[in-house]
Each structure stands twice: as structure tokens, then as C-alpha cells.
Design a protein around this ligand. Sequence first.
Ligand code: OOG
Ligand code: MG
Length: 262
Amino acid sequence: MKLAQEVIEQLAIRLENCELQAQDTPKITDDHPDMDWDDAYAVQNEIKRRKIARGARIVGLKAGLTSHAKMKQMGVETPVFGFLADYFSVADGGEIDTGKLIHPKVEPEIAFVTKAPLRGPGCHIGAVLAATDFVIPAIEIIDSRYRDFKFDLKSVVADNCSSSRFVVGGRMGEAAGLDLRTTGIVLEKNGEPVAFGAGAAVLGHPAAAVAMLANMLGEKGEEIPAGTLILSGGITEAVAVQAGDAITLRAQGLGSVSVRFR
Ligand code: OOG
Ligand code: MG
């Protein structure tokens, strides 16, 4: 750790206020070029602590930057993780008020729900599939608090990996009966297909993103508990949206999930 606890707290307040007030800010490494990974996750944890203290529940986890498309889009090279709070969840077919967001983008993802705990190190695809209750398609809405979505990895980790909203829906799938590598997805914006992909875009297999997450948490002595919803990361580049847009994700064998922006 390079930053004092007081600075961690100030950065958490700054980033969380940007989220709650839909305002952007320059990336935090501009002022703190020496901050390290532990500092970045400490800021994220402090944001989580503040939300819990205000009565929010944590309902899941997300892996980010797990596909080459996303890494290339954002110019970064390592996967990262964040948390999902209860109020991030939007019903399938629901509406999102863009007035509460800064510059939202949507991502097509495969979400996992666990039925047994997952603990690293040494967690692998087999362990993830054995511990998966079901998979379900998800649209993640990311909304970096950084000006023009410009950041480096430590800044984005501190900002809870741009987490903003998510929608799960469609049909539950049994992980054992699906080949998630070849599960195809189509993302539609206002009825037009705008992005396509298959599960293998995410680290070769979406379950590998969940295993990676368990291994990263394992290094901190933490585990993924049973009953956790996990977003495994955008399969394609994120697509910018604005008021009036309607988004649908169709996933092979898993139905579709939709959301509108006003
Ligand atoms: C970081 C969040 C990335 C994903 O699925 O790759 C992410 C960002 O691109 O703002 O959620
Ligand atoms: Mg994502």
C-alpha cells in the first residue's frame, strides 16, 4: 500500500459522489501516480463499505476486461473484478433513466449463479462448472466515472470497474449441458444487430473468468460464496447508448434479455 487510509477514503468519496451525482472526474492516478493494486482495491472496498453502511446489499460480483475485444477497446491487459450492489439490478424489459448516468455503454455477458463456494488458488473451469447452479444471459451497463471513459487499470479498479447497472433474464441454462465456448450471442440496438460473439471470446471459456476471479479472491483469503451472481465479462466491445435506445441480447439456447433507456 502506498496511500494513507485518509487518502483512500477521500478517493472513495470522490468516486462514489461522481456515481451518485452522475458527474465525471479525471482519472485518480493523475494525482496519485504511485498508487498500487492494493490501494486500488482498497478504494473499491471503501466504496462497498459506504454503500453497505447506507443499507445497500451486495448481490454479486463481476469480472471485467476478460475478452480481447474489451482489452483492446480500453487499451489494458489484465482482468479485474468488482462488486454488484442491489440497486444496480434492473428487471428484464425494464427502463433505465440516462439522467442518472454519465455516458452509459452496454455489454453482452454470460452470468453464473453458484450453488457451492468457490475458493482459489487452483480454481479451474471444472470446479466452476461443478459449483454452478445455472447460467443466464446478462446485459451489463457500465458507466465509468472517468472523463471520456479514459482510465488505466488501477483507476478503473478503484472505480468498481465502471459498474453501474445490470439486467439478467431470458432462460436459465444448465452449465453441464451447454458448450459455453460456442454459445453464440447477438446484441441488438433498436432492432439492429450491432455486436456478435461467442462465449470463447471470454478467456477461451466464460467459466475461466469465474475461476480467475476465485483465484484473485483466494490471494486475499476470500472466496465466492454459494448463491453468488457473477458477470463473467463483456464478450464484445461495449456499445454506447443514449435516451431512446432499446437493447436486446439474444443468447443461443438461453433466450433473450432486454432493457430500454429513457
Ligand atoms: C471496465 C469494465 C469492463 C467488462 O465486462 O469487461 C467490464 C470498463 O471497460 O469500463 O465490465
Ligand atoms: Mg462487464
